[in-house]
Design a protein around this ligand. Sequence first.
Ligand code: SDX
Length: 434
Amino acid sequence: MTDTSQPTTASITVGDSELDLEVLPATIGSPGVDVSKVRASLNAVTYDPGFANTAGTRSAVTYIDGGAGTLRHRGYAIEDLAEKCTFLEVSYLLLFGELPTREELDNWTTSVRSHTLLSEEMKRFFDAFPRSAHPMAILSSATNAISTFYEAYYDPKSADAFYQSAVRLIAKMPTIAAWAYKKSVSQPYMYPRNDLTYIESFLNMMFGLPVEDAKVDPVVARALNVLLILHADHGQNCSTATVRFVGSSDANLFASVAAGMNALWGPLHGGANQAVVEMLSEIHDDPDMTMEKAIERAKDRDDPFRLMGFGHRVYKNFDPRAQILKRFADDVLSRVGIDDPLLEIAKQLEAAALEDEYFVSRNLYPNVDFYSGIIFRALGFPTRMFTVLFAIGRLPGWIANWKEMHDDPATRIARPRQIYEGPILRDYLPITER
Ligand code: SDX
């Protein structure tokens, strides 16, 4: 089913030469103008720094309408998935394209549950890090490290190797995350528990001890389930594009995902949830850093300060995930009995920004990171674990995009061109003459 209102013809003129271009239809949203023959035909390259206007692939995983604030995974609205599904169910949908039947979900859950343990040698790997190590550094390193136990599954062309790698990544990521946290607080590593759900087992590994299990509040488990679903995929964002790029060289899935984790860590991307809480805490704790000052600094082009959690490369309307999280935050904090002053500051900051011409004229709205950190904090996670939680959520999205890239020969060994601006040719000068 294609949107018949989409244009079907395009052309480009460079100097005296004109080239007709094929228009690739989208089922919904923007069609693509195929410029793959421009360089060979017109001896020119197209220029789109940051690829904000360029599709590097065709995809059927996630649809985002930035103007309408719409987000759908395999055609299903994020609001439905967040309210009605489990995270493993949404992971199955992203990886295999369909919501699972009861039998498929049970088999998938059993597969994941069978691979949650890390090899015992990995304990020495975690022991090697300083207690102060940022958990995102541990997460990406450990993701590469566990791949050394699964070289049998490196082949990107094998469907079985893909499945075995995908299951192990989704199964083991909570264990790696929890062990990174336990390392930071000098507590014993906890083992996963197959008598608990995926989320409950993760919470027990995080907050339990060998001497007593964590008391997993169903409200907390439900909240974390929703949070992971809201982070599960988001089109060709920076980290997902990184996973595709690295995977396009036929690097294995573990190495590709580890690269995506490093991209996600940046404060302009997934690291923003940590930066938001640090910003709100600074406003709360520092009498000189008022809300008004934060907004004025964010508007000052000469000040690198940004209103973290605001703005988006795609959304020029509300990020639907932020909408869900804003409604969710009140419920979660009241249900777990936490009165976090940062939530009130966040709401006031949002209200002030949305009345400010600078933000309104630039369509800057809260994104997924603006409220997620406050909820993660209410669930008991330390600030430096927030991006790790984002990574656990985004994992099925990265894996689904990696698989889709491998299924499309056109996207193999990504290699963008450039506009060269350097010196044309210079004679070598021996160092004695420089
Ligand atoms: C994520 O791509 C994805 O899908 C990412 C993500 C996902 O699920 O994978 O959604 C997750 O990364 C969310 C974004 C988290 N990052 C932050 O919250 C960091 C703060 N936000 C910004 O740094 C910024 O908004 C970006 C990086 C997210 C987007 O930057 P852009 O593309 O430059 O934003 P823009 O083009 O819309 O900016 C237009 C103007 C610019 O000013 P002018 O040149 O017009 O004067 O708005 C300004 C920007 O400088 N601006 C901000 C701002 N964000 C943009 N000014 C103050 N505070 C901000 N937060």
